[in-house]
Design a protein around this ligand. Structure first.
Ligand code: ADP
Length: 448
């Protein structure tokens, strides 16, 4: 096992990793920008290193500074959290060349699955069902037209290097195609420095269902069930639950087995998520995330596993401690992402938090790095906390969610808490009847 790891992240996920490491008796090194000198992850870590000025590109994405921080502190491994450098193959490669262990999959696996076209090709080869679409990148309008004819409209144009729900455009007919392709290309170029796009059938009423997997890099892999992340705004998840209200045990076992077999074949190491759209009882692969996800706690709640500790164990060379038959699902869990944003317009609301009070009690978990008097900097993601409730049933989660949202106080900034309180009055939410477009439609007709 490692003696010391460096956590290349900030906010709630840096704390999450720090807690897992501490339980395993591992020393932690925090890194931070000058804007985060007073952040909770810095206060709680055994050591900390300032790695640059506020903009992420100069600090949390600053590879030389992070490698130097490892060398100065003698950290043997780096946990990247999510976002920032967590899916950066170059970073994993540089760490390897410095004999520092990247807590995550191999450079090759990150690279393959990070290129969305390559990922789809690989998934198909490994027997995972994919969304119909172009064979590879689409570079000219004639090819785009041919793909549109073959798969039928509407289609969605997506960036090969995409992420965070950006750079996607829908074309409802051939007349809309040319503009959609060129806009997607220029947005992709601006956002990711790579303008390549590909085309997929646009599914009109799917749910977003993803499968959590865990592999040991030695050819063994298991799945930990699914999460339903269909409640999205601008393709960004805000509420996640496990199990999905739309799936039965047989469907779960089937897709889970298919995915874990594929991951075993790839010798996948660590945790990963295979994302699908699910429509008319069919799964369609959209992408893989080769890292820990924001919404991992709902899986922890229904499996009892600590996913971060499992990541660290396999990174340290341990074989998987579980067989598929050891994994027992129990109950239901729901996560709400608490963002410092206006609950209706989603405009960020950084600033000083005068007071916070977190809910507690049976079946309630709050992952957050907030504290009273903390100033939320304007430079980073607006996620300030995650409320996770679990219970024997989905109905029990609803009851618990209502109760814990009413206890949750963040004074001084706007948050998305009122949105979740309103959602709990919606029959569709209570019944689990929602698809990926439900929230946008709801927001369009709602006043906060
Ligand atoms: P990103 O990497 O930017 O998150 P994804 O490929 O994971 O992009 O897609 C994010 C979201 O965009 C999905 O959860 C879904 O809501 C929507 N989406 C993606 N592909 C399609 C598609 N073929 N049809 C309909 N919606 C889609």
């Amino acid at each position: 096992m490692f003696d010391k790891i460096l956590i290349a992240n900030r906010g709630e996920i840096a704390l999450r990793v720090l807690r897992a490491a501490r339980e395993l008796g591992i020393q932690t090194v925090a890194v931070h920008s000058t804007a985060d000198a007073d952040a909770m992850h810095v206060k709680l870590a055994d050591e900390s290193v300032c790695i640059g000025p506020p903009p992420a590109k100069d600090s949390y994405l600053n590879i030389p500074a992070i490698v130097a921080a490892c060398e100065i502190t003698g950290a043997e491994a780096v946990h990247p959290g999510y976002g920032f450098l967590s899916e950066n193959a170059k970073f994993a490669e540089i760490l390897k060349s410095h004999n520092i262990k990247f807590i995550g999959p191999s450079v090759e696996n990150i690279r393959t699955m990070g290129d969305k076209i390559e990922a789809k090709r690989t998934a198909k080869e490994l027997g995972i069902p994919i969304v119909p679409g172009s064979e590879g990148g689409v570079h000219d309008i004639a090819t785009a037209r041919k793909v549109g004819k073959d798969i039928g409209y509407p289609v969605i144009i997506k960036a090969t290097a995409g992420g965070g729900g950006r750079g996607m455009k829908v074309a409802n007919s051939e007349a809309e195609l040319e503009l959609a392709v060129s806009t997607a290309q220029s947005e992709a170029k601006a956002a990711f420095g790579n303008g390549e796009v590909y085309i997929e059938k646009y599914l009109e009423k799917p749910r977003h269902i993803e499968i959590q997997i865990l592999g040991d890099g030695q050819g063994r892999a298991i799945h930990l069930g699914e999460r339903d992340c269909s409640l999205q705004r601008r393709h960004q998840k805000i509420w996640e639950e496990a199990h999905s209200p739309a799936l039965n045990a047989k469907q779960r076992d089937e897709i889970g087995a298919r995915v874990s077999n594929a991951m075993a074949k790839m010798s996948y190491e660590g945790v990963g998520t295979i994302e699908f759209l699910f429509e008319n009882n069919e799964f369609y692969f959209i992408e893989m995330n080769t890292r820990l996800q924001v919404e991992h706690p709902v899986t922890e709640a229904i499996t009892g596993l600590d996913l971060v500790q499992e990541q660290i164990r396999v990174a340290a060379g341990a074989a998987l401690a579980y067989k598929q038959s050891d994994i027992q699902f129990s109950g239901h869990a729901i996560e709400c992402r608490i963002n410092a944003e206006n609950p209706l317009t989603f405009i960020p609301s950084p600033g000083k938090v005068n007071d916070v009070h977190f809910p507690g009690g049976l079946g309630v978990r709050v992952d957050s790095a907030l504290y009273s008097g903390y100033r939320i900097p304007p430079y980073y993601d607006s996620l300030i906390g995650k409320l996770i409730v679990f219970g024997k049933s989905r109905a029990e989660c609803m009851m618990r969610l209502r109760r814990s949202l009413s206890e949750f106080v963040v004074d001084g900034v706007e948050t998305t808490i009122p949105l979740f309180q309103k959602l709990l009055a919606e029959p569709d939410i209570l019944d689990g009847h929602y698809d990926i477009h439900w929230l946008e439609k709801y927001l369009a007709r709602t006043k906060m």
